[in-house]
Design a protein around this ligand. Structure first.
Ligand SMILES: [Zn+2]
Length: 349
């Protein structure tokens, strides 16, 4: 239902952008469901009035005075809501079922921004693994030269030699990721990112379930965080485990880019995040996506999802053998456990 409502919102949003600026008369969308970000529940039978390129009134039908010269567009069954912000995405990494540096192209990134926009996501934070064309696309997006979602980004981000993020997983080219061997190289990496106009710094502190031999050394992440703060940049840390999250927040990281997924958070950790005002991005969908398509729930069959899938990805998700093998895999079970822990921790936090 929610996803269908979103699709309806897009239809309305599209007509808004089509008339933006050109309309001489105010426009009133009536009979809509309004999610205004203020009310606990969506406002049923609402009215939203647009004058030029501005929303000038929105609320329950009885509470909104529609200008007498307004053009009325009755839109029952449609929803209007603020644009969604994704604070932890990546762009240009995948194309269908394929992952690799060759997907980091302008064409693929623009297609992804379009796909986000078509589903109500109007701002994207690409949190690392970005190649050399990132600044150019971001600047065009900021300037409104790209009609789709606005784009912010961490430049390359800072990983670990032979460590996280595993190259076998991300398959990026050397110009998409720093892997400093020591604190000085970590500082150099931050300065290089700053010089290219990065919006933030990202670092990886995780051994990916023991699949890589080493996590980032405390001396390296301490130097990275210190250098970033010296240059006025905030730092987002990829973490999985509670003790890593605790350590990196103590070292000054501003954002935890994933939820804690190995064990329950404790009161000391809650107090630490409060004391540091740490931003927490749970990324629930990350683990859910590992098994959800194999479970084939009803939402995965909606046009909202199906129209977003490349043909090869759709074929994989529809393959009964793939579904069966995925459901039975250790990876899927680990992801289910991880999601359950993440959910419980998010609620506690
Ligand atoms: Zn990430």
């Amino acid at each position: 239902m929610r996803r269908n409502a979103l699709l309806s919102a897009l239809a309305v949003a599209t007509s808004l952008s089509c008339i933006g600026g050109a309309a001489a008369k105010p426009l009133a969308f009536t009979g809509i469901r309004l999610i205004d970000g203020l009310s606990a529940e969506p406002v049923a039978d609402a009215v939203l009035v647009v004058d030029g390129d501005r929303i000038v009134a929105a609320g329950p039908r009885m509470a909104v005075a529609v200008p007498s010269d307004a053009e009325i567009r009755e839109r029952p069954g449609h929803t209007i809501m603020p644009g969604l912000i994704s604070d932890h995405s990546h762009v240009g990494i995948v194309r269908g079922v394929d992952i690799g540096a060759w997907n980091y192209t302008r064409e693929n990134i623009l297609a992804q921004l379009e796909a986000y926009t078509a589903r109500g996501v109007t701002t994207i934070m690409a949190l690392g693994l970005n190649g050399a064309i990132m600044p150019e696309i971001r600047n065009e997006a900021h300037a409104g030269l790209i009609p789709d979602a606005d784009l912010f980004g961490v430049d390359r981000g800072i990983g670990v030699p032979d460590g996280g993020p595993p190259q076998a997983m991300v398959r990026v080219s050397p110009d998409q990721l720093f892997r400093p061997a020591n604190a000085d190289e970590g500082r150099d990496a931050v300065r290089a990112m700053k010089a290219r106009g990065t919006d933030m710094v990202k670092l990886w502190l995780d051994d990916f379930g023991g699949s890589v031999p080493a996590k980032m050394q405390p001396s390296v992440y301490a130097a990275v965080i210190d250098e970033a703060h010296r240059l006025g940049l905030r730092v987002a840390a990829h973490v999985h485990d509670l003790e890593d999250a605790r350590a990196v927040v103590r070292a000054g990281a501003d954002v935890l880019a994933h939820g804690v997924r190995d064990k329950p958070v404790d009161p000391d950790f809650v107090a630490l995040l409060k004391a540091h005002d740490t931003w927490y991005i749970a990324t629930l969908a990350l683990d859910e996506a590992t098994f959800a398509y194999a479970d084939a729930p009803a939402w995965a069959q909606t046009p909202f999802v199906r129209t977003a899938l490349a043909p090869d990805l759709k074929a994989r998700f529809d393959d009964p053998a793939w579904q069966r093998d995925t459901r039975a895999s250790a990876k899927a079970q680990a992801a289910r456990d991880s999601l359950a822990t993440n959910l419980a921790n998010l609620k506690r936090l």
